[in-house]
Design a protein around this ligand. Structure first.
Ligand SMILES: *[C@@H]1O[C@H](CO)[C@@H](O)[C@H](O)[C@H]1NC(C)=O
Ligand SMILES: *[C@@H]1O[C@H](CO)[C@@H](O)[C@H](O)[C@H]1NC(C)=O
Length: 359
């Protein structure tokens, strides 16, 4: 059975988009992850602007609002020493220019100078133009070595909720959308500390990035349409939980990490590889691995895929221009109201490098 789907998907580029989406659905249903969803209260806390955080009566979903007063954010109540982080997210519809919705892991509040981070960041757009998103990784404060990739989506993320996941183990990192692997980073010894390896929290935020998110800052958030709401549900936090107040290093995570890397989502199977190839060839429009102006030697974890590479110039950008604009300058958000002391984490991002690479 599964083989039929694989065959169909491997000739991806020749078939219609709708058919492909169905095809992916088949694949992913055939190997659905075994996930346990939690209530907000079982794993999350408010990060900033409580007044803009709206929890559902059953506490299984939460809406993060952005209005003219503030954005808002939530954070996992514990750190995770490796883990799998997932949520079904629905982005604001209508006029989303200037808005950023982020779903990411970080430990900047504890390791301000050498923090780790794994990002999924959605960048809003003007009416009629699609949301875009980027993934990124930092290890031990490697802010001068951004590892961004940028993509479009094969659906409208403001129409219904889709599942977005970050898998992080000592061996590899995988970003998923609806169980389609879209990016894998396999740990390479030469990465050294650039591979995230200290416990991280999971964050979800919505905020005003008018100065850069859409068309290089030309299109601002329009508060005539406030509040902008991003919904998060099917919340999953798996891995070795580490209480931030206790000594983080005193928790023995050996068994939990072994359990994590034995899960379905820890390894990409051949059908997943096909789906990933399809996604990257069709929807990726920037990769640091192909940006030879930025890195004349691609960072050690880069796997140069000839069919991907031929689509890109040596700036890491597509040879053929896509029909939407917008630059992606790195920016940093975050303020917090939790008991442990958190830094405001202002602009830790590598703005310059990314600005240079912006579409
Ligand atoms: C799914 O996970 C739960 C809890 O970890 C476990 O008890 C159950 O056996 C798993 N189901 C399958 C089909 O693997
Ligand atoms: C951690 O747990 C594993 C498996 O339970 C055990 O083999 C190992 O010795 C423990 N390590 C420490 C430092 O306690």
């Amino acid at each position: 059975m599964e083989n039929h789907h694989i065959l169909h998907c491997s000739c991806a580029s020749r078939i219609s988009l709708l058919f492909l989406a169905l095809c992916l659905l088949f694949i992913t249903n055939a190997s659905a992850f075994n996930l346990t969803t939690i209530k907000f209260d079982e794993g999350y806390s408010s990060l900033f602007s409580d007044f803009n955080i709206v929890r559902s009566p059953d506490d299984k979903s939460v809406r993060l609002l952005l209005n003219r007063l503030s954005g808002s954010g939530i954070i996992s109540s514990d750190y995770y020493n490796y883990g799998f982080f997932s949520a079904k997210i629905k982005l604001p519809a209508d006029y989303a220019a200037g808005i950023v919705v982020a779903f990411y892991t970080s430990n900047i509040d504890t390791w301000e100078k050498n923090h780790d981070e794994l990002d999924i960041e959605f960048l809003g757009n003007v009416n009629g133009k699609p949301w875009r998103f980027q993934t990124n990784m930092y290890g031990s404060g490697s802010l001068s070595r951004g590892r961004e990739e940028r993509y479009r989506l094969w659906f409208d993320p403001s129409k219904e909720a889709h599942q977005y996941s970050i898998f992080w183990s000592p061996i590899n990192i995988i970003f998923y959308i609806d169980e389609v692997p879209i990016r894998e980073i396999v740990r390479h010894p030469a990465m050294g500390g650039d591979y995230p390896s200290k416990p991280m929290s999971l964050y979800a935020t919505i905020w005003d990035a008018s100065s850069w998110a859409t068309n290089g800052g030309k299109e601002k958030v329009n508060y005539k349409y406030e509040p902008f709401a991003s919904e998060f549900k099917a919340l999953v936090l798996e891995g070795c939980r580490v209480d931030p107040i206790e000594q983080i290093s005193s928790t023995n995570c050996t068994d939990q990490i072994a359990r994590l890397i034995s899960q379905e989502y820890a390894t990409i199977k051949p059908e997943g590889r096909n789906a990933m190839k399809w996604f990257r060839e069709k929807y990726m429009y920037y990769s640091y691995c192909y940006d030879n102006l930025r890195y004349n030697v691609p960072p050690p974890e880069c796997v140069i895929v000839p069919t991907e590479k031929e689509r890109f110039r040596n700036t890491g950008r597509l040879r053929e221009k896509m029909r939407f604009g917008g630059s992606n300058r790195r920016h940093r958000r975050g303020r917090n109201s939790r008991q442990r002391s958190r830094n405001s984490a202002a602009s830790s991002g590598s703005g310059k490098e990314v600005a240079a690479a912006a579409i």
